[in-house]
Design a protein around this ligand. Structure first.
Ligand SMILES: Cc1cc2nc3c(=O)[nH]c(=O)nc-3n(C[C@H](O)[C@H](O)[C@H](O)COP(=O)(O)OP(=O)(O)OC[C@H]3O[C@@H](n4cnc5c(N)ncnc54)[C@H](O)[C@@H]3O)c2cc1C
Length: 394
């Protein structure tokens, strides 16, 4: 039986990040992915590497500070993959947040970002409004501009995996995790690979299965603690009309939720929704009602898109957020990642629940600290904030 320090289930951004961090720390690590790299949530996000401006309203300051730090790291180590873009927040007479409130929030955002050049913000002078992709200017009071970053999430994930492989990490794909049996030394992990049932030993099993994480945790024997989580669906659509000036951060006319309207290849991507989801994660798909909701947002702000219907949508995709179970609506729930181990000292299993694309590297560092007591001392090969990520073909 093959022996590893760490076996990771899931080839999304979190699994990729842990594979890279474990390999960089000199550990023997194996990643199992049932389909393809980034075939789950990590190819269906809003593709933003951002601090999360709106999390300031719910007081998630530590999350925003960490995310802004990670944004700065990405701009340094993944310059081919992550681009700083202007973001525009149009404020109309009926907009819920007034310009002074947005400015106060952006000041706090800049403070948490260390006031570096990327945190500059201000308002767009009225004479420049005609450069904003035909944004509706009727009853427009102000347009606030700040900066955040955009990426290709699947491409980023593949680049992190490539970096891990170069450091000696291993991957089995397609390989489906089936079960794990915990014992005094760690876990015996069973998976299907190449039509065969395989067993391998790990000192620690990392569950980075995203929306499938609860299912993976249930296949661990003896039973381990599993946090109460909900799945919430987020849909994006792409329309065949280009947006070039930047990313628009607008309020939905239906319920005042924030929605992004952004350039995506030669078109415009609009997202996202927040629809509670019950069922198999594999079956998630955009709903007609979500597409209508997103079209309504696009039509409200861009008169040139008023004739667009569902028939014009060139691309559509839905992903699942993993959020702590709660009564409040999905939009207001904590975006902090939950890390759950089978025990505090010498854990044999660690599950990653929730999290953000932006925070993958910090999450992987956190995981390595949490499992350090279970791992042998090895000679580190590299620090992940110094490993340059490059585009790899799909
Ligand atoms: C609509 C939406 C928009 C978002 N926008 C942003 C954003 O703009 N910026 C941001 O920072 N974050 C964003 N997020 C959050 C971010 O996308 C996710 O936190 C992140 O992609 C989750 O990655 P993951 O690796 O945990 O899960 P996933 O990417 O889902 O990866 C899990 C992997 O596990 C594999 N797997 C499952 N079961 C098994 C098994 N039994 N055996 C082997 N493999 C298995 C799956 O095939 C899958 O590839 C968004 C999320 C959603 C849903």
């Amino acid at each position: 039986m093959q022996e590893y320090d760490v076996i990771i289930v899931g080839g999304g951004i979190h699994g990729a990040g842990v594979l890279q961090a474990a390999a960089a720390a000199g550990h023997r690590a194996l990643l199992l992915e049932q389909r393809a790299i980034a075939s789950g949530t990590s190819s269906r996000s809003s593709k933003l590497i951002h601090g999360g401006l709106r999390y300031l309203e719910s007081g998630q300051f530590a999350l925003v500070r960490e995310s802004l730090h990670e944004r700065a790291v990405h701009l340094r180590i993944a310059a081919d993959l992550v681009e700083l873009k202007p973001f525009f927040i149009p404020v109309y007479k009926t907009t819920r947040r007034r310009p002074w409130q947005l400015m106060a929030g952006l000041w706090m955002y800049a403070l948490l970002g260390g006031f570096d050049a990327s945190t500059r913000f201000g308002s767009v002078p009225r004479r420049e409004w005609d450069r904003l992709d035909g944004l509706d200017t009727q009853d427009l009071d102000a347009v606030i501009r700040y900066h955040d970053a955009q990426t290709d999430d699947a491409q980023l994930t593949r680049s992190v995996v490539q970096s891990a492989l170069e450091l000696g990490g291993n991957i089995a794909m397609p390989a489906t995790f089936v079960a794990a049996d915990l014992d005094a030394q760690g876990a015996i992990v069973s998976f299907e690979h190449g039509g065969e049932s395989v067993r391998a030993r790990a000192r620690v099993l990392i569950n980075a299965a995203g929306p499938w994480a609860v299912r993976v945790s249930r296949a661990v024997r003896p039973e381990i603690p599993i946090p109460a989580m909900d799945l919430v669906q987020g849909t994006h659509i792409v329309l065949p009309v280009p947006t070039t000036a930047g990313i628009y951060y607008v309020e939905s006319p239906a319920d005042k939720r924030a929605v992004f309207i952004m350039p995506w290849h030669d078109g415009t991507m609009i997202g996202t929704t927040e629809t509670p989801y019950v069922g198999e994660p594999d079956r998630v798909h955009p709903l007609a009602s979500e597409e209508e909701y997103l079209l309504d947002v696009a039509r409200r702000y861009f008169p040139s898109l008023r004739s667009m219907t569902r028939a014009d949508i060139t691309q559509r995709f839905a992903g699942l957020r993993v959020l702590p179970s709660a009564q409040q609506n999905a939009f207001d729930r904590s975006r902090e990642t939950i890390y759950m181990t089978d025990r505090a000292v010498k854990p044999r299993v660690l599950g990653i629940y929730g999290g953000k694309l932006t925070g993958w590297r910090a999450a992987a560092q956190h995981v390595m600290r949490k499992i350090a007591s279970s791992l042998p001392v090895r000679v580190p090969l590299a620090a992940t904030d110094a490993l340059i990520l490059r585009k790899v073909p799909s």
